[in-house]
Design a protein around this ligand. Structure first.
Ligand code: PLP
Ligand code: ZN
Length: 404
């Protein structure tokens, strides 16, 4: 591990690691549930030490990690494969297309990365209860990681979360509280819970180590491409924390002098859940009006990391776009059928974004690697693709009945 402190992403004040837990004590005074977080903290490492000690032959990723290895949960998380997607790439005019298959994490989504680090932090602090609000995957992830350490998990989820995700959290042994309301309602309630009754809050971006955890996906992409910075990375965006985390990976690498440029980040939102997209376009923030998308993991009225996500897009000279549910489900089928990777609708949104970009004036023309982050496993929500496919009817087991 490398020493680090926290810095407020709004006022730039820095704090020793032990002095803060969630938001910047100053800027955080201006936060109330229902607006994007203000005073989000980022971990700032001793980058000179990282530069000195990082060895590409035997990379020690703990140099970039904000919790000591002795507290890490025993459940291995991350190190997911980066797959070449030549068939998909050929159809899209992308010479070097890759899919980072994060659905292969233990609970089936990239959220395991954030939960892993926050649970490690809870162990460091000697806290035995971790509390979270989630659209589904963060909760499944927290429940899984907590199961491996014996930490208690208390979870607030919208009652409409997909069945498989609810089954996961219950089976992993979490205390699950379905909320008659939206994800945003669950977010507010979980903050009230930890403020008044205790436990460590794992809410996305509210706990700064959620961003650090998600960062590991970006570090892996760099290493898996043979220590190359990709031309662009397509990321589906709900709260904007995966986007912020992947950005932080390359910012850390740049600060340590290990890379000299950032990849362009392309943030993809669902058309009905487009608060960050509009914020990037206009510079003025307003909530999504009625986020009804089938891609439940990116269905957010008020994205907690809206400010950080916008900065990530701007600093990386990236862009955002929106896609319809029909485009998402089409992309899901396309990815499955042309790469063998079955990702949930939110993961497929990233590919839908690439498809859309390649059909327009801003299409990618370079030959550098382009990465799609497939953020969650397709089996988490089989109802979604069933709306556009049909399972063939059964036939008698007689060769003559086959017309194939
Ligand atoms: C949470 C999630 C996202 C979006 O991540 P944010 O940090 O909320 O932007 C995308 N895909 C999947 C599968 C997720 O679980
Ligand atoms: Zn501040």
């Amino acid at each position: 591990m490398t020493p680090f402190s926290y810095r407020c992403t709004d006022c730039q004040r820095t704090y020793p690691r032990t002095a803060v837990r969630y938001l910047c004590p100053e800027c955080g005074k201006g936060y109330r549930p229902g607006i994007p977080l203000v005073g989000v903290l980022e971990a700032v490492f001793d980058y000179a030490a990282i530069r000195r000690e990082f060895d590409r032959e035997r990379p020690d990723w703990n140099l970039f990690c904000a919790v000591e290895p002795e507290f890490h949960p025993p459940l291995p998380v991350g190190n997911t494969p980066l797959a070449r997607a030549d068939r998909l790439g050929a159809g899209l005019g992308v010479a070097s297309l890759w899919i980072k298959n994060d659905g292969l994490n233990p609970s089936g989504s990239l959220k395991d990365r954030a939960s892993f680090l926050v649970v490690a932090e809870a162990r460091r602090l000697g806290i035995d209860l971790v509390v979270a609000a989630s659209t589904g995957n963060a909760a499944s992830a927290l429940a899984a990681v907590c199961a491996s350490t014996g930490t208690r998990a208390l979870i607030f989820v919208p009652e409409k979360a997909p069945k498989a995700k609810l089954v996961q959290m219950v089976l992993y042994g979490a205390q699950v509280v379905p909320i008659q309301g939206t994800y945003d309602d669950a977010f507010a309630l979980s903050l009230e819970y930890t403020a008044q009754r205790g436990g460590l809050n794992r809410n996305t971006a509210y706990h700064p180590l959620t961003i650090e955890g998600k960062k590991t996906a970006g570090l892996e992409i760099w290493a898996q491409l043979g220590y190359q910075v990709p031309e662009a990375i397509f990321v589906s965006v709900g709260d904007g924390v995966i986007l912020g985390g992947v950005h932080k990976a390359f910012v850390d690498l740049q600060r340590a002098g290990l890379i000299d440029r950032l990849p362009r980040l392309i943030g993809v939102q669902a058309e009905s859940s487009d608060a960050i997209h509009r914020y990037v376009q206009t510079g003025v923030y307003s909530d999504a009006v009625n986020p009804t998308t089938r891609a439940d993991s990116i269905s957010v009225t008020c994205p907690s990391n809206a400010h950080g996500a916008r900065r990530a897009i701007q600093e990386s000279r990236g862009l955002t776009l929106t896609v319809t549910d029909a485009e998402i489900l089409e992309a899901q089928a396309q990815m499955a059928g042309q790469s063998g990777i079955f990702t949930e609708p939110a993961g497929a949104a990233a590919l839908a974004g690439l498809v859309k970009l390649q059909a327009g004036p801003d299409r990618l023309v370079g030959s550098g690697p382009v990465v799609i982050l497939a953020t969650g496993h397709g089996l988490k929500d089989v109802e979604a693709p069933l709306s556009r496919i049909s399972i063939p009817p059964a036939v008698p087991p007689v060769l003559d009945s086959l017309t194939l």
